[in-house]
Write a protein that binds this ligand. Structure first.
Ligand SMILES: [Zn+2]
Length: 338
């Protein structure tokens, strides 16, 4: 399924316990997010009920009605991570209805930074300067928070989860696994009864998940991300229930592809440094981006600054591996072959 195409399914019943309800999103590039509806004796558990938007409520009500359920049956909401397409509707219901809301502990950083800092991506401005990209740093600094974002409530859940917990109350116990990388507090949820994994944005079909696109990013997010992919490979394989796109038969197959993708990118980055690129901007400018192999300049503004920071994330990981060294004595981080 193309992530930019709307999903016409009302509900896909995946097991006796679980239904997938695709919810529309008000975004051009990502048209739907999957909410998983889990039945249970102690009320319905929702996973990732989408963006705070009337169309979301309508689609979820229709999907739940097809399962013989209603919104009032919802007892608790589990969230894979705090991006708005996963969290904002749930947070609204938490405020309005007092619904129990569970989120990964690592998301505290970005929620706190939302309260404390101004601007759309305040911490990324400094990272772009260190990447040698003053132009994009200035553009991002001037980039205002949109009115929609300003009007959206964002704050703490009822309970922060660290991973290792088991959530009860539904027909299948749901095991919580911490998978930092896409965001610092990303979680995946496991239905061990049916060997299914709700992978959120950690493992997606077709899309390579962005790393550290959050208000308070972690410098070694890529290391965390790759470790979190390996963690899934070290566990038994499972059916993959992603937050975007269709259900897939194997988490392992896709996690293996994503690790191989980043291995290739790490080699490209290391080679570019060996050929004389010193900064993250120089590296990013000499790489190609997306499946269409665009240059940095051909990417839209939003994608081009995340691309520069992704190059920086690969450089940081190569330093951590001992393949490169970093000179951070000046205003810009300079990398060399170790
Ligand atoms: Zn996300």
């Amino acid at each position: 399924m193309d992530p930019s195409a709307p999903d016409a399914v009302v509900v896909e019943e995946i097991s006796d316990a679980v239904g997938r309800v695709p919810l529309p999103l008000p975004l051009a590039e990502l048209r739907s997010v999957n909410c998983y509806v889990v039945r249970g004796p102690d009320g319905v558990t929702l996973i990732d009920p989408g963006w705070v938007w009337p169309e979301t409520t309508a689609a979820l009500e229709a999907g739940m009605a097809a399962m013989g359920l209603a919104l009032d049956d919802v007892s608790r909401i589990l969230i894979t991570h705090s991006h708005w397409d996963h969290y904002s509707q749930a947070y609204r219901w938490h405020l309005d209805r007092g619904t129990d809301l569970f989120l990964g502990d690592g998301e505290r950083h970005s929620i706190q930074a939302w309260k404390d800092l101004d601007g759309a991506f305040p911490l990324q401005v400094g990272l772009l300067q260190r990447a040698g990209d003053d132009t994009r740093a200035r553009l991002l600094e001037e980039h205002p928070i949109s009115e929609t974002e300003r009007a959206t409530d964002f704050g703490d859940p009822t309970t922060y989860l660290e991973g290792g917990e088991t959530i009860t109350g539904s027909d299948v116990p749901i095991h919580v696994i911490s998978t930092p990388g896409h965001t610092r507090g990303h979680l995946v949820f496991e239905d061990t009864t049916h060997q299914m994994l709700f992978t959120g944005d950690h493992v997606l079909p077709r899309i390579t998940p962005s790393i550290a696109y959050e208000r308070s990013p972690d410098r070694l997010a890529l290391r965390s991300y790759l470790s979190s992919l390996q963690l899934l490979l070290d566990r038994p394989d499972a059916t993959m229930l992603p937050a975007h796109g269709a259900v897939q038969t194997s988490v392992h197959a896709r996690a293996t592809e994503l690790i191989a993708h980043h291995d290739d990118r790490l080699k490209v980055v290391a080679d570019l440094v060996a050929q004389g690129a010193r900064t993250a901007l120089e590296v990013a400018s000499r790489m190609t981006w997306t499946r269409r192999e665009k240059t940095l300049e051909q990417l839209g503004a939003d994608h081009s600054w995340t691309a520069v920071l992704e190059a920086a994330a690969h450089l940081e990981l190569l330093v951590w591996h001992g393949d490169l060294t970093k000179d951070e004595s000046g205003e810009v981080d300079l990398y060399s072959v170790a």
